[in-house]
Design a protein around this ligand. Structure first.
Ligand code: SF4
Ligand code: SF4
Length: 268
């Protein structure tokens, strides 16, 4: 009886070892070698695996560049440096793309103290769920709902909610993947250059009187920034000021001081 058990044990062990060697040998012999260029392109990508390029991750994008001639300009976190590196590996001409590093920023400064609500929302803590009901609880339908859908999707934890109820992006952590921009139901999350000095902390296209009724820190489209500081790069369109970051500004800080609702804020 004991001998039978020993024989069975030895047989299973020997067979297991033989199969193990067999599998190891087969995996080496039959392995499909990854194209060296795929590995090189993967190395050139920032390993963020954020999916901003539209592929499942950096490895999938690298594979698509080499094997399916995917556009090499799709990696927002990598920016121009990555494009140049990939172009070199692929023997392509680097277009340079957008060489300005962009980061996300919530274009709204309204919180419970400054902004009115039409009703009390008591549903799922998700901005898109909240927006289904009358476009959210705020009187302003353009503002941040502050339920943090952007926080959930950010792959690098760059977004937090402050004690004042405002949503903040740490520009040192943001990799510019724009996932937060995509998920935000009100369009209040927008990209600005990393080096931006100021930004418009409002997203409302309502007329000034309506903005004033809903919020004390919104842009009322008064055009003081545009008219009084013509060299500073402000333009008011649809009752909302915009900043042209491509010009060398003069007096942007003075316009911020002159803004009656302080919606031109420092982009620190
Ligand atoms: S803050 Fe937005 S753009 Fe920046 S890394 Fe997070 S999800 Fe991407
Ligand atoms: S920025 Fe958009 S997604 Fe983020 S909390 Fe505000 S409304 Fe929600």
């Amino acid at each position: 009886m004991i001998l039978n058990i020993i024989y069975a044990f030895l047989t299973v062990s020997v067979l297991g070892t033989l199969f193990g060697f067999g599998l190891a040998f087969a995996s080496k012999k039959l392995a499909i070698k990854k194209d060296e260029r795929v590995l090189a392109v993967e190395d050139a990508l920032p390993s963020a695996n954020c999916g901003a390029c539209g592929f499942a991750g950096c490895a999938a994008y690298a594979d698509a560049i080499v094997n399916a001639a995917a556009d090499i300009t799709l990696c927002a976190p990598g920016g121009a440096t990555t494009q140049v590196a990939i172009a070199e590996i692929m023997g392509l001409e680097a277009t340079g793309g957008d060489s300005v590093k962009m980061v996300a920023r919530v274009h709204c400064f309204g919180n419970d103290e400054t902004s009115k609500k039409d009703f009390s929302y008591d549903g799922i803590l998700d901005c898109n769920a909240a927006a289904i009901l009358f476009q959210g609880d705020k009187s302003c339908k353009y503002g941040c709902l502050a339920l943090g859908s952007c926080i959930t999707v950010c792959p690098v934890d760059a977004i937090t909610k402050g004690e004042d109820g405002r949503i903040n992006v740490d520009k040192e952590v943001c990799i510019g993947c724009e996932k937060c921009v995509t998920v935000c139901p009100t369009g209040v999350m927008k990209m600005i250059p990393y080096d931006a000095d100021y930004f418009i902390a409002c997203n409302s296209n309502d007329k000034g009187a309506a903005v004033k009724r809903a919020c004390t820190v919104g842009c009322i489209g008064c055009k003081i920034c545009e008219r009084k500081f013509p060299e500073a790069g402000y333009t008011v369109k649809n009752f909302l000021s915009e900043i042209d970051y491509t010009i060398e500004p003069e007096g942007r800080d003075k316009a911020a001081e002159a803004c009656p609702t302080s919606c031109i804020r420092i982009a620190d």
